[in-house]
Design a protein around this ligand. Structure first.
Ligand SMILES: *Cc1c(COP(=O)(O)O)cnc(C)c1O
Length: 383
Protein backbone atom coordinates (compact mmCIF):
# COMPACT_ATOMS: atom_id res chain seq x y z
CA UNK A 1 0.00 0.00 0.00
CA UNK A 2 1.12 3.53 -0.71
CA UNK A 3 2.38 6.04 1.82
CA UNK A 4 1.24 8.44 3.03
CA UNK A 5 -2.23 6.99 3.09
CA UNK A 6 -5.49 7.52 4.88
CA UNK A 7 -7.03 4.26 6.06
CA UNK A 8 -10.77 4.46 6.43
CA UNK A 9 -12.67 1.82 8.40
CA UNK A 10 -16.03 2.09 6.78
CA UNK A 11 -17.57 -0.28 9.33
CA UNK A 12 -16.68 2.16 12.14
CA UNK A 13 -18.33 5.03 10.27
CA UNK A 14 -21.39 2.90 9.76
CA UNK A 15 -21.45 1.87 13.44
CA UNK A 16 -21.28 5.51 14.54
CA UNK A 17 -24.03 6.53 12.16
CA UNK A 18 -26.27 3.68 13.32
CA UNK A 19 -25.84 4.58 17.00
CA UNK A 20 -26.63 8.26 16.37
CA UNK A 21 -29.58 7.46 14.09
CA UNK A 22 -31.04 5.27 16.86
CA UNK A 23 -30.44 7.70 19.72
CA UNK A 24 -31.70 10.73 17.88
CA UNK A 25 -34.55 8.71 16.41
CA UNK A 26 -36.05 8.29 19.87
CA UNK A 27 -36.29 12.10 19.97
CA UNK A 28 -37.94 12.28 16.57
CA UNK A 29 -34.78 13.65 14.97
CA UNK A 30 -33.67 12.32 11.57
CA UNK A 31 -30.02 12.36 10.60
CA UNK A 32 -28.68 13.85 7.40
CA UNK A 33 -25.30 12.13 6.95
CA UNK A 34 -22.71 14.68 5.84
CA UNK A 35 -20.01 13.42 3.47
CA UNK A 36 -18.01 16.59 2.79
CA UNK A 37 -15.00 15.71 4.95
CA UNK A 38 -14.57 12.61 2.76
CA UNK A 39 -15.10 14.67 -0.42
CA UNK A 40 -18.31 12.83 -1.13
CA UNK A 41 -16.93 9.31 -0.87
CA UNK A 42 -19.46 6.84 -2.30
CA UNK A 43 -18.21 4.11 0.08
CA UNK A 44 -18.85 6.32 3.10
CA UNK A 45 -22.18 7.49 1.68
CA UNK A 46 -23.35 3.89 1.23
CA UNK A 47 -22.29 3.07 4.79
CA UNK A 48 -24.32 6.03 6.06
CA UNK A 49 -27.38 5.00 4.08
CA UNK A 50 -27.06 1.39 5.31
CA UNK A 51 -26.94 2.76 8.85
CA UNK A 52 -30.27 4.48 8.37
CA UNK A 53 -29.55 8.16 7.74
CA UNK A 54 -32.61 9.73 6.16
CA UNK A 55 -30.66 11.72 3.56
CA UNK A 56 -27.11 12.67 2.59
CA UNK A 57 -25.67 16.16 2.73
CA UNK A 58 -22.60 17.83 1.32
CA UNK A 59 -21.45 21.43 1.09
CA UNK A 60 -19.93 21.08 -2.38
CA UNK A 61 -21.61 20.38 -5.64
CA UNK A 62 -18.65 18.45 -7.07
CA UNK A 63 -18.96 16.02 -4.15
CA UNK A 64 -22.68 15.61 -4.81
CA UNK A 65 -21.89 14.93 -8.45
CA UNK A 66 -19.35 12.30 -7.41
CA UNK A 67 -22.08 10.57 -5.39
CA UNK A 68 -24.52 10.74 -8.28
CA UNK A 69 -21.83 9.48 -10.65
CA UNK A 70 -21.39 6.46 -8.38
CA UNK A 71 -25.07 5.65 -8.74
CA UNK A 72 -26.32 6.96 -5.40
CA UNK A 73 -29.92 8.02 -5.87
CA UNK A 74 -30.82 8.86 -2.24
CA UNK A 75 -31.99 12.38 -1.41
CA UNK A 76 -29.00 14.72 -1.17
CA UNK A 77 -28.99 18.17 0.39
CA UNK A 78 -26.55 20.86 -0.68
CA UNK A 79 -25.50 22.41 2.63
CA UNK A 80 -23.87 25.55 1.28
CA UNK A 81 -25.90 28.15 -0.57
CA UNK A 82 -25.58 27.47 -4.32
CA UNK A 83 -23.30 29.79 -6.27
CA UNK A 84 -25.11 31.60 -9.08
CA UNK A 85 -22.58 30.04 -11.47
CA UNK A 86 -23.74 26.50 -10.63
CA UNK A 87 -27.52 26.84 -10.50
CA UNK A 88 -28.36 24.47 -13.35
CA UNK A 89 -26.03 21.78 -12.04
CA UNK A 90 -27.56 22.16 -8.57
CA UNK A 91 -31.07 21.66 -9.89
CA UNK A 92 -29.83 18.71 -11.91
CA UNK A 93 -28.23 16.70 -9.11
CA UNK A 94 -29.44 18.07 -5.77
CA UNK A 95 -32.91 17.51 -4.29
CA UNK A 96 -32.83 20.22 -1.67
CA UNK A 97 -30.48 23.10 -0.95
CA UNK A 98 -29.97 25.28 2.12
CA UNK A 99 -30.60 28.88 1.15
CA UNK A 100 -30.46 32.35 2.61
CA UNK A 101 -30.55 34.62 -0.48
CA UNK A 102 -33.85 35.13 -2.30
CA UNK A 103 -32.02 36.04 -5.50
CA UNK A 104 -30.46 32.58 -5.50
CA UNK A 105 -33.80 30.91 -4.84
CA UNK A 106 -35.26 32.88 -7.76
CA UNK A 107 -32.51 31.51 -10.04
CA UNK A 108 -33.18 27.99 -8.75
CA UNK A 109 -36.85 28.55 -9.49
CA UNK A 110 -36.19 29.64 -13.07
CA UNK A 111 -33.87 26.71 -13.67
CA UNK A 112 -36.26 24.20 -12.08
CA UNK A 113 -39.14 25.46 -14.21
CA UNK A 114 -37.02 25.17 -17.36
CA UNK A 115 -36.27 21.57 -16.46
CA UNK A 116 -39.80 20.77 -15.35
CA UNK A 117 -38.44 19.85 -11.93
CA UNK A 118 -39.17 20.88 -8.39
CA UNK A 119 -36.28 21.96 -6.19
CA UNK A 120 -36.54 21.80 -2.42
CA UNK A 121 -35.44 24.75 -0.32
CA UNK A 122 -34.56 24.88 3.35
CA UNK A 123 -34.50 28.50 4.46
CA UNK A 124 -31.64 29.16 6.85
CA UNK A 125 -32.26 31.44 9.82
CA UNK A 126 -29.49 33.40 11.54
CA UNK A 127 -29.57 32.46 15.22
CA UNK A 128 -26.46 34.17 16.52
CA UNK A 129 -23.39 32.48 15.05
CA UNK A 130 -23.28 35.04 12.22
CA UNK A 131 -22.60 32.74 9.35
CA UNK A 132 -25.43 31.97 6.89
CA UNK A 133 -29.10 32.71 7.44
CA UNK A 134 -31.75 35.40 6.99
CA UNK A 135 -32.16 37.70 9.96
CA UNK A 136 -34.99 36.56 12.26
CA UNK A 137 -37.04 39.69 11.52
CA UNK A 138 -36.98 38.84 7.80
CA UNK A 139 -38.07 35.20 8.06
CA UNK A 140 -41.80 35.59 7.39
CA UNK A 141 -41.22 37.91 4.47
CA UNK A 142 -38.65 35.53 2.96
CA UNK A 143 -40.97 32.56 3.38
CA UNK A 144 -43.80 34.40 1.67
CA UNK A 145 -41.61 35.07 -1.35
CA UNK A 146 -40.14 31.56 -1.51
CA UNK A 147 -43.59 29.97 -1.38
CA UNK A 148 -44.64 32.08 -4.34
CA UNK A 149 -41.80 30.90 -6.56
CA UNK A 150 -42.75 28.28 -9.15
CA UNK A 151 -40.65 25.12 -9.26
CA UNK A 152 -39.62 25.65 -5.64
CA UNK A 153 -40.89 23.67 -2.72
CA UNK A 154 -40.25 25.12 0.72
CA UNK A 155 -39.18 21.99 2.58
CA UNK A 156 -38.38 23.65 5.87
CA UNK A 157 -36.13 25.91 7.86
CA UNK A 158 -32.76 25.41 9.44
CA UNK A 159 -30.00 26.94 11.49
CA UNK A 160 -26.26 26.54 11.73
CA UNK A 161 -24.35 27.34 14.89
CA UNK A 162 -20.85 26.84 16.31
CA UNK A 163 -19.13 27.30 12.95
CA UNK A 164 -18.08 30.92 12.63
CA UNK A 165 -18.36 32.26 16.16
CA UNK A 166 -18.59 29.10 18.25
CA UNK A 167 -22.11 29.89 19.45
CA UNK A 168 -23.40 26.88 21.37
CA UNK A 169 -26.72 25.29 20.34
CA UNK A 170 -28.88 25.39 23.47
CA UNK A 171 -32.46 25.40 24.75
CA UNK A 172 -32.87 29.04 23.98
CA UNK A 173 -31.72 29.25 20.36
CA UNK A 174 -33.30 25.89 19.49
CA UNK A 175 -36.59 27.05 21.03
CA UNK A 176 -36.30 30.16 18.87
CA UNK A 177 -36.10 27.98 15.77
CA UNK A 178 -39.25 26.15 16.87
CA UNK A 179 -41.03 29.47 17.33
CA UNK A 180 -40.15 30.39 13.74
CA UNK A 181 -41.44 27.03 12.48
CA UNK A 182 -44.76 27.47 14.29
CA UNK A 183 -45.12 31.08 13.16
CA UNK A 184 -44.50 30.15 9.52
CA UNK A 185 -47.04 27.33 9.61
CA UNK A 186 -49.76 29.41 11.19
CA UNK A 187 -49.13 32.41 8.95
CA UNK A 188 -49.02 30.59 5.61
CA UNK A 189 -50.88 27.32 6.10
CA UNK A 190 -47.86 25.24 5.05
CA UNK A 191 -46.33 22.16 6.64
CA UNK A 192 -42.61 22.36 7.22
CA UNK A 193 -41.28 18.90 6.72
CA UNK A 194 -37.74 19.78 7.89
CA UNK A 195 -36.72 21.79 10.94
CA UNK A 196 -32.98 21.36 10.84
CA UNK A 197 -31.37 22.36 14.12
CA UNK A 198 -27.74 22.30 13.06
CA UNK A 199 -24.63 20.16 12.87
CA UNK A 200 -22.56 17.90 15.14
CA UNK A 201 -22.31 20.74 17.66
CA UNK A 202 -26.01 20.12 18.40
CA UNK A 203 -25.35 16.61 19.74
CA UNK A 204 -24.77 17.66 23.35
CA UNK A 205 -28.00 19.66 23.33
CA UNK A 206 -29.98 16.87 21.71
CA UNK A 207 -28.68 14.09 23.95
CA UNK A 208 -28.94 16.03 27.21
CA UNK A 209 -31.39 14.31 29.52
CA UNK A 210 -34.87 15.73 29.54
CA UNK A 211 -34.30 18.11 26.65
CA UNK A 212 -37.38 19.31 24.83
CA UNK A 213 -36.30 19.29 21.19
CA UNK A 214 -39.42 21.21 20.22
CA UNK A 215 -39.97 21.26 16.48
CA UNK A 216 -36.41 20.26 15.62
CA UNK A 217 -36.64 17.01 13.65
CA UNK A 218 -33.40 17.01 11.63
CA UNK A 219 -29.66 17.36 12.24
CA UNK A 220 -26.86 17.41 9.68
CA UNK A 221 -24.02 15.32 11.06
CA UNK A 222 -20.52 14.92 9.70
CA UNK A 223 -17.81 15.08 12.35
CA UNK A 224 -19.79 13.24 15.04
CA UNK A 225 -20.32 10.28 12.72
CA UNK A 226 -16.86 10.22 11.18
CA UNK A 227 -14.75 10.87 14.27
CA UNK A 228 -17.11 9.93 17.11
CA UNK A 229 -16.70 13.25 18.91
CA UNK A 230 -18.85 16.30 19.48
CA UNK A 231 -17.05 19.39 18.21
CA UNK A 232 -17.71 21.88 21.05
CA UNK A 233 -15.26 20.25 23.48
CA UNK A 234 -14.18 17.44 21.17
CA UNK A 235 -15.28 14.95 23.81
CA UNK A 236 -15.93 11.37 22.75
CA UNK A 237 -19.60 10.50 22.26
CA UNK A 238 -20.65 7.47 24.30
CA UNK A 239 -20.51 4.23 22.36
CA UNK A 240 -18.91 5.64 19.21
CA UNK A 241 -15.65 4.58 17.57
CA UNK A 242 -12.99 7.27 17.57
CA UNK A 243 -10.53 5.81 15.10
CA UNK A 244 -12.34 5.27 11.84
CA UNK A 245 -9.60 7.28 10.11
CA UNK A 246 -5.85 6.69 10.40
CA UNK A 247 -3.00 8.43 8.61
CA UNK A 248 -0.07 6.14 7.88
CA UNK A 249 3.36 7.57 7.08
CA UNK A 250 6.70 6.01 6.36
CA UNK A 251 9.95 6.64 8.23
CA UNK A 252 12.65 8.00 5.90
CA UNK A 253 15.32 8.87 8.45
CA UNK A 254 16.01 7.65 11.98
CA UNK A 255 19.08 8.86 13.86
CA UNK A 256 20.34 9.88 17.26
CA UNK A 257 20.58 13.67 17.11
CA UNK A 258 21.12 16.52 19.57
CA UNK A 259 18.01 17.79 21.34
CA UNK A 260 18.96 21.40 20.59
CA UNK A 261 19.72 22.83 17.15
CA UNK A 262 23.06 24.50 16.55
CA UNK A 263 23.61 28.01 15.15
CA UNK A 264 21.81 31.35 15.22
CA UNK A 265 18.02 31.00 15.31
CA UNK A 266 15.62 32.71 12.87
CA UNK A 267 12.18 31.67 11.67
CA UNK A 268 11.60 28.10 10.56
CA UNK A 269 9.86 27.29 7.27
CA UNK A 270 6.39 28.10 8.61
CA UNK A 271 7.31 30.92 10.98
CA UNK A 272 6.59 28.90 14.07
CA UNK A 273 8.83 29.03 17.10
CA UNK A 274 11.42 26.35 16.78
CA UNK A 275 12.88 24.30 19.57
CA UNK A 276 15.03 26.44 21.79
CA UNK A 277 18.61 26.50 20.63
CA UNK A 278 21.20 25.23 23.05
CA UNK A 279 22.14 27.55 25.92
CA UNK A 280 25.60 27.85 24.40
CA UNK A 281 24.15 29.32 21.21
CA UNK A 282 21.86 31.70 23.09
CA UNK A 283 24.65 33.16 25.15
CA UNK A 284 26.79 33.97 22.15
CA UNK A 285 28.30 30.70 21.20
CA UNK A 286 30.73 30.33 24.02
CA UNK A 287 30.40 26.86 25.40
CA UNK A 288 29.16 28.14 28.75
CA UNK A 289 26.58 25.47 29.62
CA UNK A 290 27.10 22.53 27.37
CA UNK A 291 23.83 20.71 26.75
CA UNK A 292 24.76 17.72 24.74
CA UNK A 293 21.63 15.68 25.32
CA UNK A 294 20.53 13.59 22.38
CA UNK A 295 17.36 11.83 21.35
CA UNK A 296 16.19 9.35 18.75
CA UNK A 297 14.88 11.60 15.99
CA UNK A 298 12.67 10.17 13.29
CA UNK A 299 11.55 11.80 10.05
CA UNK A 300 8.26 10.64 8.55
CA UNK A 301 7.54 11.43 4.88
CA UNK A 302 4.39 13.40 5.52
CA UNK A 303 4.06 17.16 5.96
CA UNK A 304 1.82 20.19 5.94
CA UNK A 305 0.87 19.48 2.34
CA UNK A 306 -0.67 16.23 3.53
CA UNK A 307 -1.94 16.77 7.05
CA UNK A 308 -2.39 19.41 9.74
CA UNK A 309 0.41 18.47 12.16
CA UNK A 310 -1.51 20.07 15.05
CA UNK A 311 -4.40 17.72 14.34
CA UNK A 312 -2.43 14.47 14.39
CA UNK A 313 -2.59 12.10 17.32
CA UNK A 314 0.89 10.67 17.84
CA UNK A 315 1.40 6.93 18.26
CA UNK A 316 2.35 5.90 21.81
CA UNK A 317 5.95 6.73 22.61
CA UNK A 318 6.28 9.48 19.99
CA UNK A 319 6.36 13.23 20.41
CA UNK A 320 6.14 15.79 17.62
CA UNK A 321 9.20 18.05 17.28
CA UNK A 322 8.36 19.92 14.11
CA UNK A 323 6.72 19.82 10.69
CA UNK A 324 7.46 21.42 7.34
CA UNK A 325 5.82 20.96 3.92
CA UNK A 326 7.03 17.40 3.43
CA UNK A 327 8.71 16.30 6.66
CA UNK A 328 7.29 15.41 10.04
CA UNK A 329 9.99 15.29 12.71
CA UNK A 330 9.30 13.17 15.79
CA UNK A 331 11.12 12.02 18.87
CA UNK A 332 10.91 8.28 19.41
CA UNK A 333 10.90 8.06 23.19
CA UNK A 334 11.25 4.32 23.78
CA UNK A 335 12.07 2.80 20.41
CA UNK A 336 14.31 3.18 17.40
CA UNK A 337 12.13 2.75 14.30
CA UNK A 338 13.96 1.89 11.13
CA UNK A 339 13.81 3.41 7.69
CA UNK A 340 10.81 1.94 5.90
CA UNK A 341 8.78 1.40 9.09
CA UNK A 342 5.24 2.73 9.03
CA UNK A 343 3.82 4.91 11.79
CA UNK A 344 0.09 5.31 12.40
CA UNK A 345 -1.57 8.56 13.48
CA UNK A 346 -5.06 9.46 14.60
CA UNK A 347 -6.65 12.56 13.07
CA UNK A 348 -8.88 15.38 14.20
CA UNK A 349 -11.29 17.08 11.80
CA UNK A 350 -8.66 19.49 10.51
CA UNK A 351 -6.08 16.76 9.83
CA UNK A 352 -8.78 14.62 8.20
CA UNK A 353 -9.81 17.45 5.88
CA UNK A 354 -6.21 18.15 4.89
CA UNK A 355 -5.50 14.47 4.26
CA UNK A 356 -8.63 14.04 2.14
CA UNK A 357 -8.00 17.18 0.10
CA UNK A 358 -4.25 16.90 -0.22
CA UNK A 359 -4.00 14.85 -3.40
CA UNK A 360 -0.79 13.21 -2.15
CA UNK A 361 -2.44 11.09 0.54
CA UNK A 362 -4.05 7.99 -0.92
CA UNK A 363 -7.33 7.01 0.74
CA UNK A 364 -7.94 3.28 1.28
CA UNK A 365 -11.42 2.18 2.25
CA UNK A 366 -11.62 -1.01 4.31
CA UNK A 367 -14.67 -2.97 5.31
CA UNK A 368 -12.98 -4.12 8.54
CA UNK A 369 -9.97 -2.85 10.44
CA UNK A 370 -6.80 -3.34 8.39
CA UNK A 371 -4.83 -3.56 11.63
CA UNK A 372 -6.91 -6.23 13.33
CA UNK A 373 -8.39 -8.28 10.53
CA UNK A 374 -6.18 -11.04 9.19
CA UNK A 375 -7.17 -10.27 5.63
CA UNK A 376 -8.71 -6.85 5.50
CA UNK A 377 -11.36 -6.39 2.91
CA UNK A 378 -10.19 -3.51 0.75
CA UNK A 379 -13.25 -1.86 -0.78
CA UNK A 380 -11.60 0.88 -2.72
CA UNK A 381 -8.36 2.82 -3.03
CA UNK A 382 -7.49 6.19 -4.50
CA UNK A 383 -9.91 8.94 -5.30
C1 LIG B 1 -20.39 21.00 7.31
C2 LIG B 1 -21.78 21.33 7.62
C3 LIG B 1 -22.51 20.49 8.47
C4 LIG B 1 -21.92 19.28 9.15
O1 LIG B 1 -21.03 19.73 10.12
P1 LIG B 1 -20.34 18.72 11.18
O2 LIG B 1 -19.80 19.60 12.23
O3 LIG B 1 -19.29 17.98 10.43
O4 LIG B 1 -21.41 17.83 11.68
C5 LIG B 1 -23.83 20.83 8.72
N1 LIG B 1 -24.38 21.93 8.16
C6 LIG B 1 -23.71 22.76 7.36
C7 LIG B 1 -24.39 23.95 6.80
C8 LIG B 1 -22.37 22.48 7.05
O5 LIG B 1 -21.70 23.31 6.25
Amino acid sequence: MRCPRLEIRVAAVSHNARVLVERLGTLGIAVCGVTKATLGSPDVARALLDAGVSTLGDARLENVERLRGAGISAEIALLRSPMTSEIDRVVESVDVSLNSELDVVALLSASARGRRKRHGVVLMVELGDLREGVMPCDVLDAVERVIAMPGIELRGIGANLACRSGIVPDRSNMAELSVHANAIESEFAVDLDIVSGGNSANIAWALATGVDVGRVNHLRLGEAILLGREPLLRSPIDGLELDAFTVVGEVIESKTKPVHPRGAVGQAAFGELTAVASPATRTGGVDAVADDRTCRQVIVAVGRQDIDPDGLVMPDGFRILGASSDHLVLEAQHSAPGVGDELRFGVNYSALLRAMTSGSVTPYYFEASPASAASPDLLDAGR
